[in-house]
Design a protein around this ligand. Sequence first.
Ligand code: HXC
Length: 280
Amino acid sequence: MFKENTLSGQTILVTGGGTGLGRAMAERFAGLGAKVAIFGRRSAPLEDTVEAIRKAGGTAAQTSADIRDPEQVEGALSRLEEELGELTGLVNNAAGNFLAPSEDLSYNAFNSVVQIVLYGTFNTTQAVGRRWIERGTPGHVLSILTTYSWTGSAFVMPSACAKAGVLAMTRSLAVEWGCYGIRLNGIAPGPFPTEGAFSRLMPKGFLEQAKKASPLGRFGEPPELADLATFLFSPMAAYMTGEVVTLDGGEWLKNGQEFGKFTDVPRDQMKAQMAAMKPK
Ligand code: HXC
């Protein structure tokens, strides 16, 4: 659906762009004409992703940085802009998460997730936003949230707190920075099978049950998320800001609906039971 030049003229930074959903977005953006900058903590996946983008004819640069450290973020932005030119877009994709009972969390366990997700997103968003405001240029910030940003979630409480904070940041800055031509939006994915997420969040034996949690009966595929992100960076979404688009196959609605679980029962059986309840 997208023309090959849909994102030409844009230079987009994807945090955590070396693996998983970050890599899928970086590759898609580059394939549609954007220059792509990525950073993360580990050099090997960053180098691998940049090489793959360049081999496919795209333009990309990488540098390592830990988003928890504002000075490292500043340094990374300067190096990336020196190589690619001024950034026009940012994807806050880098995250940290694991399954754990909240009563057993150490201070450092809670802190490490909140530092990556909330402080890391703040560090990057503020640093990039300051540059755009000083230069008087517009920009777009897309943050990868989750559907539990608004419901909260058992066993990933630090991530839920942090993602809720990023949602509040997105809506706050959409209003505060609209006058500078800066848009901020979010995508709230359900489960997408990436190594980073599933190795930490999908216990053995839960895969089939997790698929059935969504009305569409499957997980998302990274290119589907990359396509939505592309739309949000394209000129077609120029009037959208402060919005969050859910991409979860209907999962959170089903699990929040009073009778949503009835859809798991074979339909003939459900129909027979409903017919038996109908007054004669
Ligand atoms: C309890 C844990 C733990 C676990 C780590 N800790 N894993 N506690 N259960 N499974 C504790 C450690 O013991 C330590 O506390 C503290 O957390 C910091 O751990 P470190 O390993 O030293 O930190 P660090 O190397 O910085 O790693 C950060 C991390 C790690 C968040 C813990 O998982 C990480 O790097 N993740 C990055 C990638 C990632 O998580 N991707 C998934 C995102 S998916 P003590 O007290 O011992 O020092 C996502 C999608 C959600 O968010 C949507 C789903 C639908």
